[in-house]
Structure formats: C-alpha cells, structure tokens
Design a protein around this ligand. Sequence first.
Ligand SMILES: Cc1cc2nc3c(=O)[nH]c(=O)nc-3n(C[C@H](O)[C@H](O)[C@H](O)COP(=O)(O)O)c2cc1C
Ligand code: SF4
Length: 598
Amino acid sequence: MRDSMTQDVATILDRYGKDRSELMDILWDVQHSYGYLPAEAASVVAVRLGLTPQDVMETASFYHFFHSAPSGRYRIYLSNTVIGKMHGYQQVYEALECETGTQFGGPGSVDFGLFETACIGLSDQEPAMLIDDVAFTDLSSESVTDIVARLKQGQPPEGIANPSGLPRSEVAYVDAMAHTTVHTSGPVFFSGEGDHSALLNRCLALTPEEVITTITASGLRGLGGAGFPTGTKWQSCRAAGGDAKYVICNADEGEPGTFKDRVLLTRSPKQVFVGMIIAAHAVGSAHGIVYLRGEYAYLREYLEAQLAELRDDGWLGPAFDIRIQMGAGAYICGDESALIESCEGKRGTPRLKPPFPVEHGFLGKPTCVNNVETFAAAARIMELGAEWFAAMGTPESSGTRLLSVAGDCAAPGIHEVEWGITLREVLEMVGAEDPRAVQISGPAGEMVSANADADRRLAFEDISCGGSFMVFNAKRDLLSVVRDFMQFFVDESCGICVPCRAGNVVLRQKVDLVLAGRADQSDLDDMVQWGGVIAKTSRCGLGTTSPNPILTTLVKFPEIYSDRLTKQDGSLLSSFDVDAALDGYGKAMEQLAVQESR
Ligand SMILES: Cc1cc2nc3c(=O)[nH]c(=O)nc-3n(C[C@H](O)[C@H](O)[C@H](O)COP(=O)(O)O)c2cc1C
Ligand code: SF4
C-alpha cells in the first residue's frame, strides 16, 4: 500500500517541477486522488520539493479545504452566512445531519463529512453548499433529502447538479452550478465581449506610459475594497526594477455577501483577461496569475477554455501568459500579500508592509495585484477613453461599480450603479422590503441605517462600498448578525498577531454576553476600547476592520445593545465617544488604503 502510494504520488509530482510555488496545486491533486492528504503522501511531496513533511502539512493545515485525515467520500460544505440563516439555513443544516447520519464538526463517516464554511459567493441563492467542487443552491430540507438519497444510490454530485452532462468548459455548465441575475447592467460591465482583438491591437501599439496616463486620467480606483488609484499602482510597478514582474488578478472574493467577481468571470471573462494583458503591457510583465478561490473551482475549466482561445488568437503566449492558481478556502488570502504567500505555496499569512507588492511581491519580484472588476473596468476605459469614464461618478470616485445585492429585497443579484448614487436610490432599485439596515462591504465594512443614512452616497468619499450590499428588514435581529460577523473574523484570522487572534474572540464573547442579557454598560465600554486597540494594532486589514460590526452598530443602532443590558441607567454609552469611534473607522479605512501597493 505504502509503495503504491509513493508511486502514485510520484506520478502526480511528475506533472510539476520542484518549486514550492507549485505546492498548492500538488496538494489539490493529492487530495483529489485520496480524498485527503495522507501523511505518507506529504513525505513524498516534501522530498521532491526539498521541504520537510512538516513544511508541507504546515501549509496544508492553513486552508479549510485541505484535510489531513479521511473526511468522507463526499465532503459537504454548507455556507453559514447570515443571508443563508435568513432563508432556511437551520432546516437545511438539520436535514443534512439527519439524512447523512453525520454531524457537523464531528468525525464524519466513510461516505459523508459535513463542514460549515464561510460565504461561498452565492448569497443571492442561499442556502447553498458545495459538495467538493459542485455547487447546490436554493436548498431546502426537501432538496437535501433528495440529493443525499441520490448520493447514497451512487450518483456522483456532478451528475445530480448537471444531469444533462454539460461540458465543464462551457458557460452553460457554470450557469447550471450558479445562476445569478444581472438586474442592472450599465455602461462599463456586461456590455458584450466586444472586439477584444481590435482593442488589444490599439492598446499594445501605445507606449506603456500612454496606457498608464489614460488609466490615471480616468480616475479608476481599485474595486477590491481599499480604492487605491489604479494608474498610480501600475506606474509604481512599472518604475520598480527587476528582471521579472507579475500581474495578479485577485479572484479570491471572500468578503461575505460578495459575488460580483464570480459573475464577471462567468459573463465577461475576456474583458477581465484583456484588462490583465493591458496591465502587463503597462507594467512590463510576462507572467499573469488569476488567484481563483477554491469555492469557485467549478469555474476553472471554463476559464481555462477562455484562456486557450486567447492563446489560439495569439494574445497570450511567450510574451505574456496567464495561469490559474487555485486557493483552498481562506478569506485572508484575499489580502494581496497573503495571496502572494499562498501563490508561493505557503500559509496565507499577510506580510508586513513596506515593502509593497509592487516592489517586492511574488517570489520577491515587482507584482501588480488588482481585483477582477478593476481589470474589467480598465479594459473598458482603454476602449472608450478616460474622459468618458471620468464623466461618470463623483469627483473622488469615477465611473460605476457592481453591487452584489442580497437579503430582504425583491431583486437579489447584480446591479451596476454609478458612484454617487444614494442609499435610498439603491434600496428602491433593488426593491428593498421594509429595510432597517444595510451592511455595506461585508463584515469588514459598516452597517448603515436605511432611514438615517438614506441620502448618503455610495462613493469613496462617503459610504465606501466594496461591492457587498446586504439588506436587513425591521424583523431581523441585528445583534445576531453582528455576532455572526464577529465569529467570521474569529474563524478567519490567520492568528499571527495577538490583537486580532485573541481580541476578536473576546469581542465575540462580549456580544454573546449582550445577547444573553448578562452585559452591562461597562461591557459596551470594553468593546469600544478593545475594538479600538484591535483596529490600531493589527498587522493587516482583517484585524483593522474586524471590530467594525460592533463599532458601527453601536453608533447606528445603539438600541440593539441597550435593550438587552442588565441595568439601564438612562445614560447609554456614557463613556462611549461616538466621534472617536467614527474617526477610528475612518482611520482604519485610510490605513487599508495606505497598505496598498504604491
Ligand atoms: C482580509 C482582506 C481580504 C481581502 N479580500 C479581497 C478580495 O477577495 N478581492 C480583492 O480584490 N481584494 C481583496 N482585498 C484587498 C486586496 O488586498 C487588494 O487591495 C486588492 O486586491 C487590490 O486590487 P484593487 O486595487 O484592484 O482593488 C482584501 C484585503 C483584506 C485585508
Ligand atoms: S490582523 Fe489578523 S489576519 Fe491580519 S495578520 Fe494579524 S492575525 Fe493575521
């Protein structure tokens, strides 16, 4: 058995070189073969890559989707988002345990392993789950009963979700897995793939400086969250010395409630890849990587087919090529430096900055990391011009952006909006039902009031929006939502720094105390004080934004806390300085922007 495993793993390794940066792919291949990562296999991999078995398992153990012990023939990952919990998650959870005879968090059985997982990018179709890399959406206890019965009969997950056997390389396959409605498409996105050859011919005839000048003049800011000016980033990467440079497309999309990058990669993959080719020309790079989150593995063959077409057309090749790097379930790998570590075959631990990735990125080389949507926007800007783009939006936020809308509304899905749109207009557009609160930009963002903030604008200079837009009606328990968000940060902290690793556990415990009706004023004061410490002393954006669910709701919805305090002395939050808390939030966002590559 041992010898045959050694031989099998050696066969897998023959497909690769001896570089640690291939470790993630190797681990995926081994897990696909055995259903988990046997220690013997790790030893064989280690020898080939010049590592120790501990190095290999240290990397593997960081990622939710890698298992070091048998974890069932079918590994079922149920998305445990607040949106799922608003739409029957508990019934689905119970049905899964009942039908499989297995428990979440338990040892599993020969056939089934049940795992709760953070958002899988399907918030418009929750409850949703993955059975390995096959997606199942809009679940109910009835559909779970049916799916598990078929699995027990020996039908593979793929056959259940895709009964007509659509090839994985076709968009229809991706649609069969996850079909999102694009309700509002504007001028920048989803306007057809266009004539990418004509566009590329024109762009590659420009000097890199001319391309960067156009992107800078457009005012495009990164759409992955922090809003760093894209032209400035490209210029810095161009200016950095070195014999090799990398362009990385961040398709990790782990912020709960966000799914716009998945939809862009499904509907307009070439627009994204063309944006990467233009970026490579601008910064002087020959190597492109799409870091695709493990949850989107069902997109991979389709994207590979799209890349192959670009190769056939001569747009990809020796001068610049793009490969897909799969993630394996880790929210922190959305942080650009953690993502780079992951690409290097390591744990997704954020790096200290400076140096910034544009100077010292993948394998120590200058690296330009941009979000999927940013590359798509850049391609459109090069097609229609900087002035056209800059004429839309607000002075500090040019153009449009995609919203991933979910929750209590009539039109969950994708909406393209011009920056500067008011909260009220968005709520009307998506058919919000009796809205009380909106969580903007996922747990890392802020919770705003549907009434008091209705006339505020989505723009970097007002409500900075990373794309996630979750609507909560008046019946929702907002404190339970806060609790869920804090648990998310506890689960996803990489653990390298104490304020984030320990502080978020303590904050979550405090929320539990309030929920149990056992907290008093001093607990709220502690939450504000400790939240400030975590925000100021954490190494990366996860830690600096993790207290936001508490800090922003204490400002906007103090009653969700005060109503549950043991003693109400009429002076709620007496020692809570609202201005200082908001200032702290602003500083956290500024710090995030500063952490960006220059
Ligand atoms: C915890 C954390 C998670 C992040 N997740 C993502 C993500 O999923 N996608 C993304 O594009 N950027 C994400 N970012 C921001 C990236 O670090 C980086 O700023 C971004 O990819 C740069 O692209 P842009 O300039 O086009 O926005 C995350 C940052 C942090 C701190
Ligand atoms: S803030 Fe949290 S996620 Fe970021 S480096 Fe520190 S422990 Fe890791």
